[in-house]
Design a protein around this ligand. Structure first.
Ligand code: AMP
Length: 616
């Protein structure tokens, strides 16, 4: 995940205070000379190091719970760059304004932190082992969940450090520290039996000192009166650099005799086997009958990742179940509930359960009205044929078709309902970062469709269904087309009942549909999402919208919508389809924005902030 400051030439990454001072000296010590470096104390925080009157000043920049950045007592800013810009105009309590960036000398790259350099591999291994994913399912999980998984890893990393001794008594800690050599700074970290807090035990002058580690309300760790940290391993790393109230700084790890030797974080073994216990704790187990109830959709307290749900992978990803996979399902395996999930022209969508070999799954069943004519039935079969060829975590999968009392299309259940309704009903509870996350998932699903050469033709917020607050799937393939291998668009012979407000100019003018026209619809869907479910183009009628677009006009930036996201919408609304980005580019753009804000706002499930993290 790129650091939010990695593009800044005056950002040095993880360097120490003295290194920062060396660079400032080298650059001439002029008033207002400044650089930015990573903060060792808080995940995602920075330090602004600057010069005034030949003196050094170091200001920690904290990442706030709402995803903004601020120097203690100062104004909040939406990113480190914006913060520096602000202080270059107004000292606002600093020693002086920022006048001259101390850029990295040529050849000096920014220093990755110990965690940065290995996190990509760790995320991959963690996901692979925790959710037993491989291939595309693994890749999609990495792309969509890296920020959440990184946070999970960061908060449990200490468990595999050589200096971590688990739950041992104070006496046992002393025994371990006194055994063998007793240099000053030899230390270990242990969990205390009493209300599972932690303690540091440290040798100095042949005596062992014990320090309690407190956790504050927001979950930060500190020795009493000491500096606060997001994770235990960061606390230890920091105390290795300076004592911060301890009698001596941490120097030499007293290795846990029950662990393989060495600083495990620096070894590949760190990525293996370590996270399983944590994962099992979180995932829970299947019920005896193999039926996994879907987590309740909506604002659950604990954060459920898409991979934790039963609809992330296809029910046929199990080779045993795959043996039974066929388009037509047996009626006796299907139980249809009275509950209606929604309705359309063809009939209604009902809740149900489908019995498979080893498990039962919740399903949504599109039931065709019995009095419907053959054409409608054919259309529904076409939709089924399309959906049958698709398998992606961010697309509603079709389980099969059942021909019994009526024709029924059996699909995965996405019980959170359509995106626009969900957002309009939960407007005050859903932060913008959550909207970005969901729209990123839609982009992943659309990129998959683009790769498979399918055009959706009806992408809109009403056709994005939610599994839960953090998991969206694209649905409704009623208008979709599979393109021939060498075709880049589908040409409709006649215009039908089309959702004109979502259609690109070439669809309306020339009946030409491609992934690029889906990109236009994606832009409109983004607009719906960032307005929390408003209707696009207000009260305009279809033809009015066309002339509005022809005049070069576009919908305005929704209130609270980040500038980056509105810019992407505008790119999606590029008039000429040849100049419009494809979904591969759209996904990359929204991914990098999503990662940058997730790094700022991802505070773990309970603390997740509900305020909106928008830039002015
Ligand atoms: P559709 O005609 O496909 O747009 O479906 C009509 C409505 O039925 C949707 O707006 C949803 O509320 C509901 N629905 C459709 N498919 C599903 C599904 N797979 N899971 C849950 N609800 C669904």
């Amino acid at each position: 995940m790129p650091d939010a400051a990695s593009h800044l030439p005056f950002f040095y990454g993880s360097i120490s205070r003295s290194e920062a001072e060396e660079y400032l000296k080298l650059a001439g010590m002029s008033d207002g000379l400044f650089l930015l470096r990573q903060c060792l104390r808080s995940l995602g925080g920075y330090v602004l190091s600057m010069v005034h009157n030949l003196q050094f000043y170091h200001y920690p920049i904290e990442r706030q719970l709402n995803g903004t950045y601020a120097i203690a007592g100062g104004k909040a800013h939406c990113g480190p760059e914006e913060l520096c810009e602000f202080y270059s105009k107004d000292a606002d309590g600093l020693c002086c304004t920022l006048r001259k960036p101390c850029n990295r000398p040529s050849g000096v790259e920014f220093q990755p932190g110990i965690f940065d350099s290995m996190r990509n591999n760790m995320v991959r291994e963690y996901i692979r082992q925790t959710w037993k994913l491989e291939g595309d399912a693994l890749e999609q999980a990495i792309i969509s969940q890296a920020p959440q998984v990184e946070k999970l890893i960061a908060t449990t990393a200490h468990e595999k450090m050589s200096w971590y001794h688990g739950t041992i008594t104070r006496e046992e800690a002393e025994r371990r520290l006194y055994s063998g050599a007793q240099p000053d700074g030899k230390f270990l970290l242990r969990e205390r039996k009493e209300n599972s807090t932690y303690a540091l035990s440290l040798i100095y002058g042949k005596t062992v000192y014990h320090y309690r580690i407190d956790q504050d309300k927001s979950g930060k760790y500190a020795i009493p009166e000491g500096t606060k940290f997001d994770t235990l391993w960061q606390l230890v790393e920091y105390l290795k650099l300076k004592p911060d109230g301890l009698i001596y700084f941490l120097k030499e790890s007293c290795p846990n005799p029950n662990m393989p030797s060495g600083e495990l974080i620096l070894q590949a073994s760190f990525t293996l086997s370590l996270f399983l216990s944590q994962a099992q704790r979180r995932l829970g187990t299947l019920n005896a009958d193999g039926y996994t109830p879907e987590p309740i959709a909506g604002l659950g307290k604990s954060r459920i990742l898409p991979m934790d749900t039963s609809v992330y992978e296809s029910p046929y990803s199990d080779p045993e179940e795959l043996k039974d996979k066929k388009l037509f399902l047996k009626r006796e395996q299907l139980m249809i509930d009275e509950v209606e999930l929604g309705s359309g022209n063809f009939g209604c969508v009902r809740k149900g359960v489908y019995k498979m070999r080893k498990k039962q799954i919740d399903v949504a069943i599109k039931v065709l009205k019995s009095n419907n004519e053959k054409a409608v039935k054919d259309e529904m079969m076409k939709e089924a044929q399309i959906m049958h060829q698709l398998d992606n975590p961010y697309i509603v999968r079709m389980i099969g078709v059942c021909e019994a009392e009526s024709l029924m299309l059996v699909m995965e259940m996405a019980s959170g309902g359509p995106l626009h309704k969900f957002l309009s009903s939960k407007r005050d509870e859903i932060p913008v970062s959550n909207v970005v996350e969901l729209m990123h998932q839609v982009a992943i699903g659309m990129k998959y469709l683009e790769e498979k050469n399918f055009v959706h033709r009806d992408l809109a917020a009403r056709n994005v269904l939610l599994v839960n607050q953090h998991y969206a799937k694209i649905s409704d393939f009623g208008l979709s087309k599979a393109l021939a291998a060498d075709d880049s668009y589908y040409k409709a012979r006649t215009a039908g009942k089309w959702p004109l407000k979502w259609y690109a100019p070439e669809c309306i003018l020339y009946h030409k549909f491609s992934s690029k026209s889906d990109v236009w619809s994606y832009g409109v869907t983004m607009w719906e999402a960032f307005t929390y479910g408003q209707k696009p183009y207000k009260k305009m009628k279809g033809p009015e919208v066309i002339s509005f677009i022809e005049q070069g006009k576009r919908m305005e930036c929704p209130p609270d919508c980040p500038a980056e996201m509105y810019k992407l919408m505008q790119q999606c609304w590029t008039y000429k389809w040849e100049d419009r980005p494809g979904f591969a580019a759209v996904e990359t753009i929204i991914r990098s924005y999503y990662y940058s804000i997730a790094a700022k706002t991802e505070k773990g499930p309970e603390e997740e902030d509900k305020t909106k993290a928008a830039c002015p």
